[in-house]
Write a protein that binds this ligand. Sequence first.
Ligand code: C2E
Ligand code: CA
Ligand code: CA
Length: 537
Amino acid sequence: MQGMPAQKTGLRTRLKAISEQHTLGLSLSLLFLLSLILCSIVLTFWLNWQVQSDGQRSLQQLEQFVDNTRQVLQQITQQPGTGNCSDETITELRKQVFLSDRLKEVGLMDDNHRIYCVSNEGSVSFRLYPQTRERLNNAYQGTTLSLSKAKMNQSQSLFIYYMSDSGMGADALLRPRTFLDITDKELNHRGLPVDIKVIGRSLKPEPTEQKPAIFRSHQLTHPHFPIELRLCITYEYLAWYLIKHSWLGLLLGSLLSILYLHNHLKRLSRNSLTTSLRRAIRKKELEVYLQPIFDQNMSCVCGAEALMRWNHPDEGFISPGIFIPLAEQLGLIEDLTDLVLDQVTELITHHPELMVGRYISVNISRQHLLKRHLADQLHQRCLEHPELSRHLLIEITEDIPFSEEEMKHIVIQLRQIQAMGIRLAVDDFGTGYSSLDFIRRFPFDLLKIDRVFVKSLGAEDAIEPMLEAIVTLASELNMEIIAEGIEKQSQADKLASLNVHLLQGFLLARPMPYCDFILLLQNNHKVTNQQTLPVNH
Ligand code: C2E
Ligand code: CA
Ligand code: CA
């Protein structure tokens, strides 16, 4: 569990990091691209809508102009003395032309659609074209328009006709440019091609230069008067408009990227080891494994060490060597020990028949040991489960030397724990600071020889006398001995010759899940000899 999976996990993590970097870059580029596309679509719609609105406003302006002219014509028609083309009448007509900067000529029309008096020429006589007559007869508010050559000077002119209910009426002559001038502000500020048609005829001369490619043209028709507008959006203008407003797409892209990065970082931090550990403890995702301890003399399992395992959903198994110090750093070690104690309590209380004469050891970290209430917490547990203390062993390591103050506090706590009937072991004896002083200051029940000694057994000459000394010391202090890290039969044999009979190591069994341990206990009540000790490689 320790070697290969750790390498695999490292490789997997690196590969994941590389692929995440690529995915992040790709996602951000995509976000910018999508933002630009989205903005372009919205801007295109917006431009269409604006051009359409320009057209609507222009039509309204033209309607307003036609309406004003109609009122002038109506007024002329109602003047007393109309019906003949007297000097007064002509003067009156000229006055109207003079007052207006757009009307070039006004005339009077009898009930036979005949123009009989005009401001410029005076008395005339010509009938309206039949189509104009027809339009006028059905005209909205008795008003219609026409675009044709003026009878007088044969130049293309724009006419507005008005006919009252009595059939009498008037007309006004305008330059064709008039409508273009009126709508100039609304229609020409973009420099887009526009055209205005009256009775289907264009007011503009046909352009001589090459026509630009049109992206979309908007056709607007007045509901009452024969006026049409055509506004065109060219590809060239659209491209210019989109480039001009591309900052909107970039802004949107930046905002979305910030949001995305924010979420991404949140997700990363959620998945970071620290956050994951907090979550794992809260959700009880950590699992206790049990590594059996064998008694060579009795040839049976005499107990087990509870070892925490964390099977991270993405990272796989994470070594306790990583997450235990992390839990200590984050102040989560108490919660973590509580988890172990919960599962060990369950094992002991749910399987009393398998626990007879056996113990389960739990590692208590240095930080937890320094907390005032460890003994109280254990006391509370033992009150709830009186059988617990008989089967519980607490393993303590002095990995960093305790100060005098700390040592005093620890000794008080250990005494309280021992008074509850819980046994205490000094772990990793012979390494770090787990020194003679530690066992001198407190009467531990058990001493665990660290696996570095076992490993060197047979390889280094000094180890055997050292182990002999430890065994003698332990027996003088009335302590039992467990040897950790037995990987070879020769080591087990050597330890037996040194009178060390309680063994823990991969040779005998690896740490295993709760259910496997129960099965092991059920099947191995009694193991006949060393060779047949169960091995779980
Ligand atoms: P430890 O208390 O010395 O636990 C024994 C370690 O030796 C375990 O490593 C076990 O898997 C390993 N081991 C057992 N037999 C052999 C063997 O034959 N060969 C080798 N090479 N290793 C063997 P693990 O489970 O990785 O735990 C490492 C350390 O993490 C433990 O050392 C202990 O200090 C700490 N730890 C594990 N679980 C807990 C826990 O629940 N609470 C606290 N406070 N510490 C824990
Ligand atoms: Ca231990
Ligand atoms: Ca140990």
